[in-house]
Design a protein around this ligand. Sequence first.
Ligand SMILES: [Zn+2]
Length: 390
Amino acid sequence: MTIMTNAIIQGDVLEWALEDAGVDRQAVLTGLHLARRGPLDEHLTGPISVPLDVLKQLAEITHRSAYFLALPRPPEERRKSVKQDFRAPSSNDGTPRQLNPEERAAVRLANRRQEIASKLSQDLNAKPVDLARVIANNSSPERAAESAAKWLQWDRRQQYTVLKSKNKVFVALRQALESRGIMTNLVSVEGDSFRGFSLHHDYAPLIFVNASVKSPASRSFTLLHELAHLMRGTDKACDRADLQSRSSEESWCNRFAAAFLLPASDLSRYLEKNLKQTSVLAGDTYALKRISNYFKVSWYCAAIRLKELGFADNRLVDSVSGNFQDPEEQGRAPGKTRAEIRVTEYGYRFARLFGSALSEAKVSQLEARKLFRLNGAELDQLIKLGRGAD
Ligand SMILES: [Zn+2]
């Protein structure tokens, strides 16, 4: 005898979750044999009995919990979890493409962390992060990069000589942003997904970097590209096409990132003194490698900066664009303990906010543990890690 255990879910809730996840509704309903109640295009409504394994699959597909799917009605506030003004990444031909379900889930969860951080910051009387003030209107990417570097108290000597790896520079950049109140997330979104996105906010501006991009120098470039979007007040997800765009706002953000990491005077001095050359031709991998290792930048970043400053032409940029991958170290694996992994994913600032909020009883242990998916001892470790970052 087999015992079939079923769960009852509401058609309206299922439809809401499918639409919100941006998945192919018909394929899901047909694949899970949920479409037999009527014509496929008819909106499901009323109670539906589904086997538990189907419920589990639906939860995975929609990135929602089984508990969510069992709600008596769909959430009323905000029909779409991804806001209307959130701009999707560009496809290869430059037109905006749809976010895939994994990306939508990543944006939704980052939004949630941002809302929580905003509430906690205000409960703790933190000041807003005035990012627009950092760059003046109509500022060139170059001048904006210098203002941002000053604001972040970014130490070039540390970048070039003290820190010995590209990953250490990425970590230091994150720290510099976080100490100025910008949340930085490094979470893996698998599949053919965006490189990163920005979510502007007065109290909790957030930059998300996709950890499935393994090159630490590419991560640094994405981080600064997204910082440029944040300072311009845009919420934008960016693909490789955006990060290599040579036109429009995307290009501004790319030039900003490259100028931040490769100041004109330092780069020309390096060319003259260390490489003893006045230009870099396409195919000069020796020079590109030396520059990228000294400044801890990707080959692409070095190439667009050299081009911008007149030390190279577009052939050099083309040679390291598209599917080109730097022959270099991989990003360090996230920490060993679950607390360390969470801090790597969500950033020090988020952990530190929870430390302060817990000590002032603005949030409960249970809420914090649930959000970070950690037990009591692990949460203590996370709070300690957050505190240690100062
Ligand atoms: Zn962008």
